[in-house]
Design a protein around this ligand. Structure first.
Ligand SMILES: O=C(O)CCC(=O)C(=O)O
Length: 252
């Protein structure tokens, strides 16, 4: 028995993301925040900084309290439930995403990570699933919450099928913003300890923060084993790497 209900899996399939509340216990949230405090003592942002400040830690084992937000909690089992049991690799790094207030910002559209970054052998630096662990209060809008465009994962895959992957990449080359119509957006809300699971193809972007607190989210990226070989199929068939979603939603 998996942790997610079939209804939650259908929601992930339709919208491209899912927030699961209370996955990370308070003690792990506190340990994660303490690790971020130590990181910021080592590499603080410039004096008076506002807006986004991201720290990327490699290998993730160098920050065990951050890696444990995924591997030491039910978040990893949920990632496997959506994709395949024992079928994931990564993360290769941990991204600490901070947003310093006051930051009055509203992104115009969303990007797909790496659609503008190719490896030396011409592959996209894509992955399968983004896992974001909220470590600060984001229960209202404009608290640094990530903006997402629900359903855009389906639209990007449809664009790739209809126009070809090369055209998708060419049109996304400057900014990683895919050439799709994205009208409906929302801000991901949640409490510390809640976890957002987002499909690789979901358009998303950094949001503003007009709250009094620094926004803290820790992101980790997971790939299906063999992703380097089948990344093209994963761009055109959004559930190619999601065995769990296909099984729960009776998708082909
Ligand atoms: O800051 C955020 O929540 C979003 C970060 C983001 O867009 C990214 O890492 O690709």
């Amino acid at each position: 028995m998996g942790i997610l209900t079939p209804q939650q899996i259908r929601q992930f399939a339709d919208e491209g993301y899912l927030v699961v509340p209370g996955l990370v216990p308070e003690s792990a949230v506190a340990a994660g925040n303490a690790a971020i405090d130590r990181l910021l003592a080592e590499r603080p942002p410039p004096e008076g900084h506002v807006g986004s400040y991201a720290l990327v830690e490699k290998p993730p084992e160098s920050r065990p309290a951050l890696l444990a937000l995924l591997t030491g909690t039910p978040a990893y089992a949920i990632a496997e439930q959506l994709t395949a049991d024992g079928g994931l690799t990564g993360p290769t790094h941990v991204q600490v995403a901070l947003t310093y207030p006051p930051y009055r910002h509203r992104p115009g559209s969303g990007h797909v990570d790496g659609l503008n970054k190719l490896t030396q052998d011409g592959r996209v630096t894509s992955f399968t699933l983004l896992v974001g662990v909220l470590l600060s209060d984001q229960t209202a809008d404009n608290m640094g919450n990530v903006h997402v465009w629900p359903g855009s994962h389906l639209a990007v895959a449809a664009y790739a099928r209809d126009n070809g992957i090369d055209e998708l990449l060419a049109r996304s080359a400057e900014t990683a913003h895919p050439p799709i119509e994205t009208t409906h957006r929302t801000q991901v809300r949640g409490r510390p300890g809640d976890v957002v699971f987002a499909h690789y193809l979901l358009a998303h972007n950094i949001g503003g923060n007009t709250s009094p607190i620094i926004r803290r989210t820790v992101y980790m990226r997971l790939k299906r084993l063999g992703h380097a070989e089948h990344w093209r199929q994963a761009l055109t068939d959004p559930f190619f790497e999601y065995d769990g979603v296909r099984a729960a939603t009776a998708r082909p």
